[in-house]
Design a protein around this ligand. Structure first.
Ligand SMILES: *Cc1c(COP(=O)(O)O)cnc(C)c1O
Length: 202
């Protein structure tokens, strides 16, 4: 309450949020040469990703596992995207790599979601399989959604140094701060700056 009393809440916040980015870079170990975009929760970042890839009169495909986080599909549908869901293997909820590589060849997707850990199954997908997908989809944006990363001991953040088409998305929601609405997306500055054109200013 004391901190809030010192804030100029009658003013819009600084839209470049430099200080918060620096704190998040340190906390999440985001590589120095990668940029960060904030959202009102990662749900807004998913909406921005959908808007950014949508094209009038053209089929734009998004790939996601099923079952996984429902907003990939809903946000895609709202933006007239072709959302293709690839069923997880029924015995252990792992990725069906042949199906993924086939779908990448068939659809040339603009965007791929890989939640890590997955929601709602709670498992981590195999690292080699994810690498094979990111490599096969070098023309696609691949978002590793780490909303539940606070419950895992691993992260794809350092892999941003290896793949220019990779974005790592985080949120403070699942570590107990869902009410403050803070999600963030890290990746290559050229990619973040294009997505940032779609972001509402505050
Ligand atoms: C909860 C969740 C989100 C969205 O979280 P926000 O509250 O909008 O930050 C995104 N992805 C996954 C996998 C989630 O579980």
């Amino acid at each position: 309450a004391q901190v809030l009393s010192r804030l100029d809440l009658n003013r819009y916040p600084i839209p470049t949020y430099t200080e918060l980015k620096a704190v998040l870079r340190d906390y999440a170990q985001i590589p120095e040469d990668k940029d960060i975009m904030l959202g009102n929760g990662s749900d807004e970042l998913i909406a921005i990703l959908s808007q950014a890839i949508a094209k009038s009169g053209e089929t734009v495909t998004v790939l996601a596992p099923a079952p996984s986080f429902v907003m990939y599909r809903l946000s895609g549908m709202l933006n007239h995207l072709n959302v293709v869901e690839i069923p997880l293997n029924a015995d252990d909820f792992s990725l069906d790599l042949d199906a993924w590589l086939g779908a990448i060849r068939e659809h040339n997707p603009a965007l791929i979601y890989l939640p890590f850990p997955n929601n709602p199954t709670g498992n981590l997908f195999d690292e080699q399989g994810m690498r094979a997908i990111i490599n096969a989809a070098s023309d696609s944006i691949v978002v590793v959604d780490e909303a539940y990363q606070p419950f895992a001991q691993v992260s794809w953040m350092s892999a941003l140094n290896e793949f220019d088409n990779l974005l790592v998305m985080r949120t403070v929601s699942k570590l107990g701060l869902a009410g403050i609405r803070l999600g963030y997306l890290a990746g290559h500055p050229a990619l973040i700056s294009e997505l940032d054109k779609v972001r509402p200013p505050y």
